[in-house]
Design a protein around this ligand. Structure first.
Ligand code: BTN
Length: 256
């Protein structure tokens, strides 16, 4: 079903394999900036690093927003940080708490994962006019711990578990979409610095001991110094050496 709210099209479904996959198809076919796909359930929801995203039917928000960024190709990875900030602002408005961000794409409430972002782009060598990014957002709204596989239960939370109330998915979506698009506008107009400054206020990992597997497969253990002006995470190891983490899985040392 397609309906229009404000000026951005919304494609709404009961069940899809993955809202990101569908959004990418729409974007390739020319869907405009701000178009969104939203579903009550996903059968093949995807997370970062080839992981699955556990979509609890009717108890979460699963959506993807197509953006046509006015950014240089090398700045595309920063979109996830700007989007995370938008999601965090939206959650705070809805749940009345203070959400945190775990580099690069996790949304945390009370020290546990409440949501995640998977940003996927068109081939970056596409002509500028055809370039797009799809910002996929999964958020645990009214799920209980029993809705998750046992191995995830000590790491996850939902807005319901934090506040005792079940937020309306459409309301959350509209708030979140507007915040995400607004943060991107701020990125274009004021540059990444203003995004970074606000992001650092919510940095869950800052000063914590952590372990990360870099994209080269090597394990780095150290203290997180937060992301730099390129959006890349810096970690100081026991010898005082500073490493740049490009991507990879991050866990708190000795915890996960
Ligand atoms: C992560 O934590 O690794 C990112 C999870 C992103 C999940 C969302 S749910 C909506 C959208 N569609 C997908 O297939 N994935 C993203």
């Amino acid at each position: 079903m397609l309906f229009l709210f404000a000026m951005y099209p919304i494609h709404s479904f009961d069940t899809v394999p993955s809202t990101n996959s569908l959004a990418k198809k729409l974007a390739k076919n020319g869907a405009p900036h701000g178009t969104a796909v939203i579903a009550a359930n996903q059968t093949e929801g995807r997370g970062r690093l080839g992981k699955n995203w556990h979509s609890v039917v009717n108890k979460g928000l699963y959506c993807s927003i197509i953006v046509r960024p006015r950014l240089a190709v090398q700045d595309f990875p920063k979109i996830t940080l700007a989007a995370g900030l938008g999601v965090a602002e939206a959650i705070d408005r809805i749940a009345g708490g203070f959400s945190q961000l775990k580099w690069p794409n996790d949304i945390f409430l009370d020290g546990k994962k409440c949501g995640g972002i998977l940003t996927e782009s068109s081939a970056l060598n596409e002509p500028e006019i055809q370039r797009f990014a799809v910002i996929g957002i999964g958020l645990n709204l009214s799920s209980s711990l029993e809705d998750f596989p046992e191995d995830l239960r000590r790491k996850v939370t939902s807005i319901f578990l934090q506040t005792g109330t079940c937020p309306d998915a459409s309301h959350v979506f509209l708030t979140l979409r507007d915040e995400v698009l607004q943060q991107l506008e701020l990125f274009y107009s004021d540059g990444f610095r203003s995004i970074l400054a606000a992001w650092k206020q919510r940095d869950f990992l800052l000063g914590k001991h952590m372990e990360c597997v870099g994209s080269d497969g090597k394990i780095i253990t150290g203290v997180s110094l937060g992301p730099d002006e390129e959006g890349q995470l810096h970690v100081k190891d026991g010898d005082g050496q500073i490493h740049t983490v490009l991507s990879g899985d991050i866990s708190l040392a000795g915890k996960e």
